[in-house]
Ligand binder design. Structure first.
Ligand SMILES: NC(=O)c1ccc[n+]([C@@H]2O[C@H](COP(=O)([O-])OP(=O)(O)OC[C@H]3O[C@@H](n4cnc5c(N)ncnc54)[C@H](OP(=O)(O)O)[C@@H]3O)[C@@H](O)[C@H]2O)c1
Length: 247
């Protein structure tokens, strides 16, 4: 029997890698989108295969979401042999992201738009372009957002504005796509720091009620739960160790 197919953007490293790995281990065929992390994605597929008698748990799809034609990417997914064999898509996970602070003085409109392209326009285009495949399998969409809603994160206007646009778009789509396709979000707290925020990350962890960072597998568990929860749509799960309770 064909495995249910899930497509994840930016699924080759960090949190995306944990989601790709956990879903493969759970029996999904994972289409791992990458821009640069080809070797990391191949390692996930190889590791799964080595541990499972040569079974193939996924494939890699490469595209630069800022510069390549998203229509070609959609065509690749729609016509992928595993999607055709399964008869659609069980999941679409918008995980790819950019996250770099830029002071308001230095923030250009180009950079602002780049954040909206990767966090809002690409998820919109992929959701629209893959809707029929998702609908065919009563699938679901998951957006990776964050806990910045209603807060001012220093020098991150471009990032927080676009991530919260994604959050609202997902909630609105949960209404528009019902009852055929469920749409939910995961809002990670402090999980893996970016290279530029190591000190800030440590100060955040002092406030987190659970007293530690989350792990990528915590986000992966939430993704698996949402994919498999037939009666949940329009929800945002904070996976943040209680951070939003205290800030
Ligand atoms: N890390 C955290 O603690 C945290 C906290 C809150 C929210 N989140 C959210 O959780 C998700 C995963 O977090 P993360 O830290 O693992 O993400 P990340 O490392 O910042 O980015 C994930 C992937 O996005 C891909 N990407 C970036 N620009 C791209 C482009 N132009 N075209 C195609 N792909 C591109 C990269 O793929 P390649 O490597 O293949 O180039 C990268 O590996 C993100 O949506 C993030 O906003 C994370």
């Amino acid at each position: 029997m064909a495995k249910p197919v899930v497509f994840i953007t930016g699924g080759g490293r960090r949190i995306g890698a944990a989601i790709s790995t956990m879903l493969m281990e759970a029996g999904y065929f994972v289409l791992i989108h990458v821009r640069n992390s080809l070797a990391d994605a191949q390692a996930i597929i190889d590791q799964y295969s080595n541990l499972n008698d040569g079974d193939v748990g996924g494939d890699i799809v490469q595209a630069d979401l800022l510069n390549d034609d998203i229509i070609n990417l959609i065509d690749t997914i729609v016509n992928h042999p595993k999607v055709v064999e399964y008869g659609g898509l069980f999941g679409l996970i918008h995980n790819a992201s950019v996250y770099q602070p830029i002071s308001f003085d230095e923030l250009t409109f180009e950079e602002f738009k780049k954040n909206f392209t990767i966090h809002v326009e690409v998820p919109f285009l992929l959701t629209k372009g893959l809707y029929e495949q998702l609908k065919a399998k009563s699938g679901s969409v998951i957006g990776l957002v964050d806990t910045s809603q209603g807060r001012a994160w220093q020098d991150l206007t471009h990032y927080t504005a676009s991530k919260n646009a994604l959050r609202q778009m997902m909630i609105n789509l949960a209404g528009d796509l019902q009852p055929h396709v469920r749409v939910n979000c995961i809002a990670p707290g402090a999980i893996i720091s970016a290279a530029w925020e190591i000190e800030h990350f440590a100060s955040v962890l002092e406030k987190v009620p659970m007293g530690r960072s989350g792990e990528p597998k915590d986000i992966a568990s939430a993704a698996k739960f949402l994919l498999e929860s037939d009666h949940i749509s329009g929800q945002i799960i904070n996976v943040d160790g209680g951070w939003t309770l205290v800030e």
